[in-house]
Structure formats: structure tokens, C-alpha cells
Design a protein around this ligand. Structure first.
Ligand SMILES: Nc1ncnc2c1ncn2[C@@H]1O[C@H](COP(=O)(O)OP(=O)(O)OP(=O)(O)O)[C@@H](O)[C@H]1O
Ligand SMILES: Cc1ncsc1CCO
Ligand SMILES: [Mg+2]
Length: 266
């Protein structure tokens, strides 16, 4: 295991000093939350989806985050151009298959995107990872109907077919690459009462992938920071409105000792 409180802290400091530009093609629900989370951790977010400009924008960015939460055909055209460009320039791609399994359109678009430009990291909840791996998983729109451990076999399969890191989020976040497995047990159940906390995890993963090309490490670091900031926020006040605000503050003020004291990584 190469991930530790020190390796997490090194990456947080890299993000804070380098402020990598993160190109997000994401959904209308979370554009604001995820941009604020990226700023709070120290990255520089931009939400850019027009097909006319995404290729140019990818070329000045340090990572591309693609999230299919509120799909339409123009978004899909932008995603395809951006992902192809990121692949050809060797920039990290992080993919969030929000709600895949719910509709034929989401399934088809996800398949097309994965075939066109396999991402470096995929982050979804258990239902999404199972659906993406071709299993007939049940999904309740964008929320999972399974615990994250139910998707471990699916994640291994997806990881080996695509050659990428797969993250299953939930009470325990699993980070899978081939036979390698890391588990982060940080977080708080109240996080499921704020929309787009998963999308935020994906966006933060983009920031860590921008400064660390060991994508297993980058994904593990992102999920650890996500969970620890969620715990710190939930301890301040146990209600969703303030959790959203306190989560951003916890990211911004995060210290090495908070990581050392709280990290639950195995
Ligand atoms: N039951 C739980 N206990 C503790 N932490 C949790 C729990 N569920 C989720 N989390 C935390 O919330 C984060 C987001 O995970 P979740 O699986 O809820 O995403 P998601 O379903 O994709 O969300 P969304 O689609 O709303 O963005 C996890 O990485 C974890 O830190
Ligand atoms: C609620 C919702 N609907 C489409 S995307 C999204 C954000 C959480 O995934
Ligand atoms: Mg999600």
C-alpha cells in the first residue's frame, strides 16, 4: 500500500500550489457545487461544454472530468470532442456515469464514450458501476440501490476490460485496479442528503489526477479527502443545508493532522 496520510497531504499541497485547471463537462445540478469544491481544495475549475470550444479548452487544462448527469445531444457532442482531444494530448480523463442503467440513452452514450476514449478513472455508485459493467443492475434514478461492496466484481471486470481505475462510492469507497483494492471508510451518511456529493468526489478526483499520474493513488487520495471533509462538516451541524457549506470550509481548511487523525484506509 503506497497511500498514506503523508502521500495524501503531499498531493493536497501540490493542488494548493499548482492550482491545476480542471475542465468539467458536468450536469446542471452540480455545476456550482463542484466548481466550489474544486476552488476550496485549491484547484481552478471551469465548466465548458460547447462543442465549438471544448477541444481548445482541453488543450489548456490539466484534467478533463466528464459527467453524464443531465445529458442531451449537444452535451454528448461536446463530451466526444473533449474526450478524443484529451486522449490525443495524454491528459487524464475522469468519468462519472450518473444514472447509467436507468435509460437506454444513458447506456448507449456511456458505451460510445468508453469505446471512443477509455477514461483513466471511473467513479460511480454501486448501481452505476454494475450497470456499466454490463450487469442488469437496478437503479433508482441517480441513487444507488446497493451497498458499494455489491459492485466489487463489476468494478474488477470494468477495470480489466478498460484498463482503468474504478471507484465505487458509498459508506465504504472502493478503489479498484485489476486485482489491486483499496478501501476508504471515511464519510458520513448525511452526505447522501446533499445532491451531487458523488459528482463532487469525481470532480476532486480530477484535481488529484491532474497532479499525480499514479491514478490509483490519485483516486484514493480524492476519496479520503472527500470522506474526511464530509465527517468534519457533519460534526459541525447535522443537517444538509449547512453540511454543504461546512463541507467546502472543511476542504479549504483541511490540515495534515486532520488527515492523520481520521484516515480509515485499508
Ligand atoms: N452511508 C454512507 N456513510 C458514510 N459516507 C457516505 C455514505 N454514502 C455516501 N457517503 C460519502 O459520500 C460520497 C459520495 O458517494 P455516493 O455514493 O453517495 O455518490 P452518488 O450516489 O454518486 O451521489 P450523486 O449522484 O448525488 O452525486 C462518498 O464518497 C462517501 O464519502
Ligand atoms: C439529481 C440529479 N439529477 C441528474 S444529475 C443529478 C445530480 C446528482 O447525481
Ligand atoms: Mg452519482
Amino acid at each position: 500500500m503506497t497511500q498514506s496520510p503523508q502521500s495524501i497531504w503531499t498531493d493536497v499541497e501540490r493542488i494548493r500550489t499548482q492550482a491545476p485547471l480542471i475542465h468539467n463537462i458536468t450536469n446542471f445540478v452540480v455545476m456550482n457545487n463542484t466548481a466550489n469544491a474544486l476552488l476550496a481544495i485549491g484547484a481552478s475549475p471551469a465548466m465548458v461544454h460547447a462543442p465549438e470550444e471544448v477541444e481548445e479548452f482541453v488543450s489548456i487544462s490539466s484534467a478533463l472530468v466528464v459527467n453524464i448527469g443531465t445529458l442531451d445531444s449537444t452535451f454528448v457532442a461536446g463530451m466526444k470532442l473533449a474526450m478524443r482531444q484529451a486522449k490525443s494530448l495524454g491528459k487524464p480523463i475522469v468519468f462519472d456515469p450518473v444514472g447509467v442503467g436507468a435509460t437506454t440513452y444513458r447506456n448507449r452514450v456511456s458505451e460510445e464514450l468508453l469505446a471512443l476514449a477509455p477514461p483513466d478513472i471511473i467513479r460511480g455508485n454501486a448501481s452505476e458501476i454494475m450497470a456499466l459493467a454490463g450487469l442488469n443492475a437496478q437503479t433508482k434514478g441517480v441513487d444507488s440501490l446497493y451497498g458499494s461492496d455489491a459492485a466489487l466484481d463489476a468494478a474488477r471486470r470494468l477495470s480489466s476490460v478498460l484498463g482503468c481505475v474504478v471507484v465505487i462510492s458509498g459508506a465504504i469507497d472502493y478503489i479498484v485496479q485489476g486485482e489491486q483494492l483499496a478501501a476508504v471508510a471515511n464519510g458520513h451518511p448525511l452526505m447522501t442528503k446533499v445532491t451531487g456529493m458523488g459528482c463532487t468526489a469525481t470532480a476532486l478526483t480530477g484535481a488529484f489526477a491532474a497532479i499525480n499520474t499514479n491514478y490509483v493513488q490519485a483516486a484514493t487520495h480524492a476519496m479520503a479527502v472527500m470522506g474526511i471533509a464530509g465527517e468534519l462538516a457533519a460534526e459541525k451541524n447535522q443537517a444538509p443545508g449547512s453540511l454543504q457549506v461546512n463541507f467546502l470550509d472543511a476542504l479549504y481548511t483541511l490540515t495534515e493532522s486532520e488527515i492523520e487523525e481520521r484516515l480509515k484506509l485499508s
